[in-house]
Ligand binder design. Structure first.
Ligand SMILES: Cc1cc2nc3c(=O)[nH]c(=O)nc-3n(C[C@H](O)[C@H](O)[C@H](O)COP(=O)(O)OP(=O)(O)OC[C@H]3O[C@@H](n4cnc5c(N)ncnc54)[C@H](O)[C@@H]3O)c2cc1C
Length: 532
């Protein structure tokens, strides 16, 4: 009898054990995030015949920041994504994933200031006409005054720009928009960014040129260079950038691999052989075992999920982000302007930039009788703008369009809000040292954990850079070696400072021009001024 009892107990325990631990699927590579970086890796690994599972926390969209959001047939692109790369490999991959759906669109953007449009960069006579003779003369006088008596030590963006263009032009064309985007006063932004970013910008020169011409001081023919930007064009998937990443996902799934939507990373641990990736969804928890993990999740989130917690978790928690939201308005009217964007240099409204979705692709706006614009607000998660309800934001956007004189509130037929958390990784005084410490620890403890992409590497980059980091990571995985250094973006000095001696020899294979071009596409970000 006792034996029967023991046997039943044993069998029950086996059943319970089996119920508690369903078989854990095992793949070659688990990928966190179905944005451009994650899906580029998944696409290439699938093509190479490896088994892959992608987890994506969004329940509906792939593409990350480069997704296309749909609302009642209208399509919205977060910020507007031009598909441009100096890397042929990236362009070839775009064409391979989406061979038939690119359109070529003209690029046009202008500054909107006090009810007038200014081409960007400025065209001299148009600027003159818009500013009027009196204000143009005041700009000239201000320019001359600051050239004669510049601020002695140009430490801030404000100092540098005033010394370069005069206070008047600074306040019209630089101050407001810069402060909206970065959430910092121009006097708190360090001058190096201004020097880097404004270098060669013809704005001040163009206005001055126009003023000189109107005063008869410059009779040389205008060489028409300023018109160049108006003629530029770019490629764009006809249904927005998400179309590219939906196609990539379809290839991955058709190749027998999985993209699990609505699955957020819960925990990541390594048992000495394999990774154990746990993801939560509305249906519960799912475990995936994998030899390699590629992560495009923000570093701050990733480190809090690694078990045991890495020593550099405090450095990860110190990384900061700037957030972004778009309020789309459907307006009963012909298109309000032909531009892709207009930059709002007006400090009486909070909107930073307005996107005209139809200028990107006519297929973004399904109703020909409506115009559809996206008002872009730069914010911090949890601040007043971010925490406003959708209704409040639509009402704000409607009021601001009216205040700018762009449409009447009665013509607004509907609206929708798209929030993008962590749109911009912030480069503050400590970010570089924090990222270096995290990199060093992870590379040492977990060589099979690969960080890629924008927030995955805390790099302010475009899609082509995010894709190239994934492309090189795939090569490293296929070669079972760290042939390529995906962090190698003008960072040789940093390597040595980080004490990673010999890293270059280990890395071995030098980057080709093409790969370097994509890795170099990281954009300049202003740094906060250190306290004196
Ligand atoms: C306003 C703006 C304008 C831009 N314009 C351009 C442009 O014109 N051209 C261009 O090429 N690029 C542009 N970019 C940059 C481009 O959007 C990014 O470079 C690109 O999307 C980065 O790809 P990624 O895969 O690294 O990251 P992301 O796009 O951020 O994707 C990461 C993915 O990971 C998912 N994820 C995060 N955490 C988790 C988790 N814990 N578990 C599961 N999933 C997770 C996210 O939901 C997301 O889908 C722009 C960006 C902004 C903000």
């Amino acid at each position: 009898m006792a034996n029967v009892g023991l046997t039943i107990c044993y069998l029950l325990s086996r059943i319970t054990f089996r119920m508690r631990t369903p078989p854990e699927p095992s793949v070659d590579v688990a990928i966190i995030g179905a944005g451009p970086a994650g899906l580029t890796a998944a696409y290439l690994l699938t093509k190479a015949g490896l088994s892959v599972t992608v987890i994506e926390k969004d329940t509906r969209y792939v593409g990350g920041i480069s997704r296309t959001v749909e609302h009642q047939g209208f399509r919205f692109d977060i910020g507007g994504h031009r598909f441009f790369s100096k890397s042929k490999a990236v362009v070839d991959l775009w064409n391979e994933i989406l061979p038939d759906d690119f359109i070529t669109r003209p690029r046009m953007s202008r500054i909107y200031y006090e009810g007038k449009f200014y081409s960007y960069p400025l065209r001299a006579f148009e600027a003159l006409r818009n500013l009027g003779v009196i204000r143009s003369t005041l700009c000239m006088a201000s320019y001359l005054r600051w050239k004669a008596f510049p601020r002695k030590e140009a430490r801030s963006f404000e100092d540098w720009t005033i010394n370069q263009f005069g206070k008047k032009l600074f306040s019209i064309f630089f101050k407001t928009y810069t402060e909206k985007v970065w959430g910092m006063a121009c006097s708190d932004i360090s001058a190096d960014w201004a020097a880097q970013r404004i270098k060669g910008l013809s704005l001040g020169g163009a206005v001055l040129d126009g003023i000189k011409r109107s005063l008869g001081l410059n009779r040389k023919p205008n060489d028409g260079m300023e018109a160049k930007t108006l003629l530029e064009s770019f490629r764009y998937p006809r249904k927005g950038p998400g179309m590219m990443w939906e196609a990539a996902r379809d290839h991955v799934v058709a190749g027998g691999n999985q993209v699990l939507m609505g699955h957020a990373l819960r925990q990541l641990s390594h048992d000495g052989d394999d990774w154990r990736v746990s993801a939560t969804s509305a249906d519960g928890e799912r475990i995936i075992r994998a030899r390699h993990v590629i992560s495009s999740a923000p570093i701050r989130e990733l480190l809090g999920r690694i078990h045991p917690l890495p020593q550099t978790l405090p450095q990860a928690c110190d990384l900061k982000y700037r957030d972004f939201l778009t309020v789309a308005l459907m307006i009963r009217s012909p298109d309000l302007f032909p531009d892709n964007w207009i930059y709002i240099h007006d400090d009486t409204v909070k909107v930073g930039r307005i996107q005209n979705f139809r200028s990107w692709s006519p297929e973004m706006v399904p109703d020909e009788s409506l115009a559809c614009v996206g008002l872009e607000y730069f914010c911090f998660e949890g601040d007043g703008l971010w925490s406003s309800s959708d209704e409040e934001l639509i009402a704000l956007a409607t009021r601001e369009m009216a205040a700018l004189g762009l449409c009447s509130p009665d013509s607004v037929e509907g609206g929708a809000v798209v929030r993008q958390e962590k749109a911009y990784p912030v480069y503050d005084d400590v970010y570089a040292a924090n990222v270096a410490a995290i990199r060093t620890e992870l590379a040492h403890d977990y060589p099979t954990l690969h960080l890629v992409g924008r927030n995955g590497m805390h790099r302010y980059n475009n899609q082509d850079h995010a894709m190239m980091t994934a492309m090189l990571t795939v090569r490293n995985i296929l070669a079972e070696d760290h042939h390529y250094d995906i962090w190698a973006v003008n960072e040789d000095a940093e390597y040595h400072e980080a004490g990673d001696e010999g890293a270059h020899d280990e890395i071995g294979t030098p980057l080709t021009e093409d790969q370097r071009a994509a890795l170099n596409s990281v954009r300049a970000v202003p740094r906060a001024l250190k306290a004196a």
